[in-house]
Design a protein around this ligand. Structure first.
Ligand SMILES: *[C@@H]1O[C@H](CO)[C@@H](O)[C@H](O)[C@H]1NC(C)=O
Ligand SMILES: *[C@@H]1O[C@H](CO)[C@@H](O)[C@H](O)[C@H]1NC(C)=O
Ligand SMILES: *[C@@H]1O[C@H](CO)[C@@H](O)[C@H](O)[C@H]1NC(C)=O
Ligand SMILES: *[C@@H]1O[C@H](CO)[C@@H](O)[C@H](O)[C@H]1NC(C)=O
Ligand SMILES: *[C@@H]1O[C@H](CO)[C@@H](O)[C@H](O)[C@H]1NC(C)=O
Ligand SMILES: *[C@@H]1O[C@H](CO)[C@@H](O)[C@H](O)[C@H]1NC(C)=O
Ligand SMILES: *[C@@H]1O[C@H](CO)[C@@H](O)[C@H](O)[C@H]1NC(C)=O
Ligand SMILES: *[C@@H]1O[C@H](CO)[C@@H](O)[C@H](O)[C@H]1NC(C)=O
Ligand SMILES: *[C@@H]1O[C@H](CO)[C@@H](O)[C@H](O)[C@H]1NC(C)=O
Ligand SMILES: *[C@@H]1O[C@H](CO)[C@@H](O)[C@H](O)[C@H]1NC(C)=O
Ligand SMILES: *[C@@H]1O[C@H](CO)[C@@H](O)[C@H](O)[C@H]1NC(C)=O
Length: 789
């Protein structure tokens, strides 16, 4: 979700007075080559390398020293990695001071009150975040943690269990040393599109399509447990808020694979996305319905060099907390030690996939008519007889790039000129991106509708003081963004929430004062700002967000005609849709009246939600919050004494301010700051907690796991061809569900045969290659505000 930089492009301009926190990865960036796309599928198998070392960390160090390959290709047995993590003694002296430094950032999380006592309609368990943090502090104080890893994993889980992809914190030991994985990817599909889906090993499915091998046998058990129950549990380690969306994320999926290292790899079961942080056991044993079973060795990839790491203590002192001895009492040394005069901004790291000149591979997809180079967005025409009037817009991300907006505009324009009358918008794998990119796509399709897009922040002392100060000191708005009276003003442009002169209210009218924008209102036992909407006419939006929404600024001259009739548009979801994708979805369904189809999910016959990812409408990286506070000091230097007496001091306290960054994986600290609120909802329930089923639910079938066109054709069949959904219906025309079942089955069988005939060795090789994908969070440009996988 776009975020901050969309709003404020200042990451590079850190205030001189206050040294910027340095992340752990910066300290060893010279030693670690950013993990490129992945280890290829043909990478070394996880044989257990022979080591003579007794200590698990020393054994890994020995493997590391003997490996004649780059660190990204080194795999060690999962058990060895897990044992090494557990060899790190608890640093109880550092723990409580560290946990206390998380509190100022948690204050920004907008949904805390709702998480503790979720409204009806929210499908995940309640989480008392403050209580959970206190419980961890108590456990530390009472000596209940046997080692450091147990503590750090608990901290990670506290954030993860909120199932809010914008609320994230990954302590270094929990996710910065090893990435766990399994050498097998699963898919889940229904044999006929109607029967409940079952899990299968993806390489069996590929062999079937490529080599005509035996029909794959479903996975019946995993490590002795019922396979579906096991996978539903495993799914709960994901970041999404819907159980069906979480279930889909366990499996290999073409949409995710098309995002390369920015997606969730080959599924969380294989170690993609959030799966990398969970120890999968030493081995995985699959039992198949045909009565056979197979055991696989699980592995861990190294994320830090293991040179001379002879035990857990050395690991801790080298990579996790080199300043442990200094943080207790003499925090000033921390800043000195990290040499704040030469910071490189971790947020400027560009993902390797973004740099790929030739573009990211997109296995299982046909050649696009037009495509953004990272596969964030692309356009296709269906070519099969009977489908020639259909255009497909694949929007796998809203992360804004210079070519994103023109790809969307040009494709819709070309498609309608080419006589395409129907549009499938496939938002599979879409974790969000630049907020205004979502508004822009909506305005491309509905030029005459003013997007609603209501948002709301949580009111707390720091938020209020920043807003009061900014509103007072930046006394006019908008200003010349490229040449402001004071450079720090640049950080408060592009729709900043902190100036009452920016943004518009619930009625799309200007606010009168800071109190008008932040009264605050008491709702659900917590305090919030007024409803805030983006002022799309704000001229500072474009330079700050990198996108000029269609119909505004210099994009007013574009053809105003609506390229597709609403009844001829359908949106396809795999549940992953989050953040900016959720914003887009809300406008399309609530304001545009567009029908929705969700695919996949757990093996039940019920409805499935559309948006399964976070529906909060803005995340702030913690580094950005730190920046906001230091900017506030810079705007009003005369108030520093007052600020020091308030909660603002907690963010800049020289003794502690670096701790949350030093102890976590770079950029992992994020909060959801804005709730999305539905038009007309007087209760102002955050959309995150509002249940919303798709009009129609489908199951994946086998051919859809190797060729995305077969999924799109099925979507067209149910949307406009009279085919049936597993549950619900999309038929605005009233035709849906009328087609003869035999006819539809025949069509499915045709598709399956066709995919087998069309499966060339090249296509198969590309799919196999993508099984080696892993998520590279360090490469994702967080300033684009995507929900991290
Ligand atoms: C490492 O690999 C390179 C290239 O494959 C080879 O030339 C070299 O001899 C190897 N070194 C060792 C120590 O095995
Ligand atoms: C198909 O068979 C060939 C030859 O045995 C093999 O190399 C290839 O890996 C197989 N492909 C799949 C997807 O099983
Ligand atoms: C049973 O099914 C598994 C999974 O598809 C397959 O690998 C195995 O070869 C099959 N075994 C037999 C005897 O059919
Ligand atoms: C872990 O699995 C490997 C084989 O993958 C085996 O050699 C090793 O003994 C196992 N370790 C433990 C502790 O079970
Ligand atoms: C690792 O240890 C060896 C032997 O103890 C030593 O010679 C070497 O300098 C150490 N390397 C580093 C990078 O500390
Ligand atoms: C870990 O290794 C270091 C360096 O070899 C050593 O000084 C220390 O005693 C070891 N700690 C434990 C708990 O074995
Ligand atoms: C900090 O970095 C500067 C520039 O690279 C260097 O000259 C200086 O010696 C460093 N200071 C410390 C304490 O490492
Ligand atoms: C903003 O300032 C820049 C740099 O001085 C100048 O080129 C530009 O014309 C100004 N824009 C406006 C709208 O005044
Ligand atoms: C939105 O921004 C424009 C440009 O700054 C401004 O003229 C207008 O008053 C603002 N508010 C509304 C409601 O349009
Ligand atoms: C609008 O202005 C921006 C910045 O000057 C420019 O890059 C873009 O091409 C313009 N767009 C149109 C549609 O003219
Ligand atoms: C505010 O706190 C900072 C950090 O401790 C300190 O450097 C500064 O002098 C303080 N300012 C005032 C006016 O007290």
């Amino acid at each position: 979700m776009k975020a901050f930089i969309a709003v404020l492009p200042l990451v590079l301009r850190y205030a001189e007075a206050i040294p910027r926190p340095q992340s752990q990865s910066e300290r060893y960036s010279s030693e670690v080559t950013a993990s490129v796309t992945a280890t290829s599928a043909s990478a070394p198998p996880t044989s257990t390398p022979s080591t003579t070392a007794q200590n698990p960390c020393a054994a890994i160090s020995q493997i590391y020293a003997q490996a004649n390959t780059s660190i990204t290709n080194i795999r060690v047995p999962a058990q060895l990695a897990y044992d090494c993590l557990n060899d790190v003694p608890l640093d109880s002296a550092s723990a409580v001071p560290w946990l206390n430094t998380l509190k100022p950032y948690i204050e920004w999380q907008s949904t805390i009150a709702y998480l503790k006592n979720p409204p009806k309609g929210y499908l995940e368990p309640a989480v008392d975040v403050w209580g959970g943090l206190q419980a961890i502090i108590d456990r530390v104080s009472n000596g209940k943690y046997a080692n450091e890893y147990q503590l750090e994993f608990d901290i990670y889980r506290l954030f993860q269990s909120t199932h809010d992809g914008h609320f994230r914190y990954l302590p270094s030991l929990a996710g910065g040393v090893f990435a766990f994985g399994r050498p097998i990817s699963l898919v889940s599909y229904s044999v006929d599109g109607t029967e409940a889906p079952k899990p299968y090993v993806y390489s069996d499915v590929l062999s079937y399509f490529v080599n005509g091998s035996a029909v794959p046998s479903p996975v019946r058990s995993i490590d002795g447990q019922n396979a579906v129950a096991y996978l539903e549990n495993w799914a709960q380690y994901g970041s999404l808020q819907d159980p069906d969306a979480l279930y889909n994320n366990v499996f290999y999926e073409l949409g995710q694979a098309s995002l390369g290292a920015s997606g969730s790899g080959a599924g969380t079961f294989a170690g993609g996305g959030r799966g990398a942080y969970i120890f999968p056991g030493n081995t995985t044993t699959l039992g198949f319905e045909n009565g056979t079973s197979a055991t696989f060795s699980n592995f861990a990839r190294l994320l830090v060099p293991f040179r001379n790491i002879t035990n857990g203590t050395v690991l801790y002192n080298t990579w996790i907390n080199p300043y442990a001895t200094r943080t207790s009492g003499a925090g000033g040394n921390v800043a000195a030690a990290t040499n704040s005069s030469t910071p490189t901004s971790s947020t400027t790291v560009v993902s390797s996939s973004t740099r790929t000149a030739t573009g990211t591979p997109r296995p299982g997809y046909p050649s696009p008519v037009i495509s953004q180079r990272n596969n964030y967005v692309g356009g296709w025409y269906l070519t099969e007889a009977g489908y020639e009037d259909v255009a497909v817009l694949g929007v796998q991300s809203f992360v804004g790039t210079t070519d994103f907006q023109s790809v969307v505009y040009d494709f819709l324009d070309q498609a309608s000129r080419a006589g395409k009358t129907k549009l499938v918008i496939d938002v599979s794998a879409n974790g969000g991106g630049t907020i205004l990119q979502g508004y822009n796509l909506f305005k491309n399709l509905f030029p005459a509708i003013l997007p609603y897009g209501a948002t709301r922040f949580r009111h707390h002392e720091t938020f209020d003081i920043i807003g009061e100060t900014v509103s007072e000191r930046i006394y006019y708005y908008p200003y010349n963004y490229t040449n402001p009276p004071n450079p720090v003003w640049q950080d408060f442009a592009g729709g900043t929430p902190f100036n009452y002169r920016a943004d518009v209210d619930v009625n799309y009218e200007n606010f009168d004062s800071w109190r008008d924008k932040d009264p605050p209102n008491t709702i659900y036992g917590d305090q919030f700002t007024s409803i805030i909407r983006w002022n799309l006419s704000d001229p500072t939006n474009t330079p700050a967000n990198g996108v000029q929404v269609n119909g505004y600024g210099n994009r007013t001259g574009l053809p105003p005609t609506q390229p597709f009739k609403p009844e001829n548009i359908v949106i396809l979801y795999d549940g992953y849709c989050a953040s900016t994708c959720a914003i887009f979805s809300e406008m399309m369904t609530q304001q545009g009246g567009i029908k929705t189809i969700s695919i996949g999910g757990r093996p039940n016959q019920g409805p499935m939600q559309t948006v399964g990812g976070v529906k909060g409408t803005n995340n702030y990286p913690w580094t950005f919050i730190y920046q906001l506070v230091s900017d506030t000091y810079e705007l009003a230097p005369d108030q520093a004494g007052y600020f020091n007496s308030t909660s603002l001091y907690d963010y800049i306290n020289p003794a502690t301010y670096e701790i949350p960054y030093l102890r976590a994986v770079a950029n992992s600290g994020q909060v959801n700051v804005r709730d999305g609120i539905r038009q007309g909802d007087t209760s102002q329930t955050p959309l995150q907690f509002v249940y919303e089923a798709a009009n129609c639910r489908l199951y994946y079938t086998a051919e859809m796991t190797v060729d995305v066109t077969s999924m799109w054709e099925k979507v067209v069949d149910v949307a406009w061809g009279g085919d049936k959904c597993v549950q619900g219906s999309v038929g605005a025309s009233g035709k849906a569900g009328n087609a003869k079942r035999e006819e539809m089955e025949a069509r499915s069988n045709e598709r399956m045969k066709k995919r087998m005939l069309e499966m060339t060795l090249d296509k198969a090789a590309a799919l196999e290659e993508s099984l080696g994908l892993f998520t590279d969070v360090s490469g994702i440009e967080v300033q684009h505000g995507m929900m991290l996988p």
